[in-house]
Design a protein around this ligand. Structure first.
Ligand code: PSU
Ligand code: MN
Length: 302
């Protein structure tokens, strides 16, 4: 594991650090928007008073924090492996290059001692999972690794009610920030009640620290609704998602390729509108993550 010097210094000093994933860079957005967004997200974390640590595998090393050159290499590289819990160690053992999903980024964060992680959307239970059994390893990781994951809810490429049921089964706290409904990524709500609601970063930090003090494994999923000015209503996205889903089935896409395929198809079908919203919500999540990280590092240990 290679920890970037400024990340190592912050961790040694108990200063707030926010982990960031890299699958969103390699498989979630096209170049050069992916690089520009990754840089802006890092800057947003810094502006929020925390140190950013983008996590990825380069030359077989699990990098906790990337320098500007490494970020550029990752954003431009073709054929970057998508690493979830099942693939991470294999890629490292082979000396390969890979981008980490939410699950693999949580593993990296846990190993480095980082307790807050900002992303866009998490993986979950896919629509039709009763046939395909397609359930993201992100969900189980939330039950294992003690990391707060800040996202904008779940895209309706997923079956959101089933995703929430599985999280409940796994004992993962799902907390929506400042709203009663669990957000639908591009839209602030889709009529799905959130299991928990909290109004402040401090409450979220306290709940996390209590869980740690009790010795309960696992983290918390924090859902942060997209800013109203940036949202795309559910009735606009609904038919587009249906179309992307139909295209995926027709093209015979399965397993790890499903999520990246749907994401890029949706960008194409919305002529880039979904990408703009995606960038806005990631920045919004980086801000909240920095605030939660500050609260955790300032809190007295329970
Ligand atoms: N959902 C999004 N954007 C993303 C992803 C999911 O809205 O970029 C990425 C994340 O890295 C997530 C991964 O961890 O896809 C989930 O992939 P899978 O469903 O194959 O576990
Ligand atoms: Mn899957």
């Amino acid at each position: 594991m290679d920890v970037l010097p400024q990340v190592a210094a912050a961790l040694a000093d108990g200063q707030p650090v926010v982990a960031l994933e890299s699958t969103i860079i390699s498989h979630g957005m096209p170049y050069p928007d992916n690089l520009a967004t990754a840089q802006r997200v890092e800057q947003t974390v810094r502006d929020g008073g925390a140190v950013p640590a983008t996590i990825a595998v380069l030359n077989g090393r699990l990098c906790i924090g990337l320098d500007p050159d490494q970020l550029e290499i990752l954003a431009q590289a073709k054929d970057v492996a998508k690493l979830s819990r099942a693939d991470l160690a294999i890629c490292m053992a082979r000396g390969g290059m890979g981008a980490t999903t939410v699950a693999a980024t949580m593993i990296g964060a846990r190993l480095a001692g980082i307790s807050v992680f900002a992303t866009g959307g998490i993986g979950g239970v896919h629509r039709g999972a009763e046939e395909t059994f397609d359930i993201s390893a992100d969900l189980r990781e939330l039950a294992e690794s003690p990391v707060n994951v800040i996202c904008a809810g779940a895209k309706s490429i997923l079956d959101v009610p089933k995703t929430l049921e599985v999280l409940e089964t796994l004992g993962v706290p799902v907390i929506t920030y400042g709203a009663a409904e669990f957000p639908a990524f591009w839209a602030r709500s889709a009529g799905q009640a959130s299991p928990q609601r909290m109004e402040s970063p401090s409450d979220i930090a306290q709940a996390y620290l209590m869980r740690r003090a009790m010795g309960l494994p696992g983290g918390q999923l924090i859902a942060n609704p997209i800013p109203a000015a940036d949202e795309i209503p559910q009735d606009v996205m609904g038919p587009i998602i249906e179309q992307a889903q139909t295209d995926a089935t027709a093209a015979g896409i399965s397993a790890k390729d499903v999520t990246p395929y749907l994401l890029s198809r949706i960008v194409a079908l919305t002529k880039g509108r979904s990408l703009k919203a995606n960038i806005a919500l990631v920045l919004n999540n980086a801000r909240l993550a920095a605030a939660i990280a500050q609260e955790i590092s300032a809190a007295p240990r329970l």
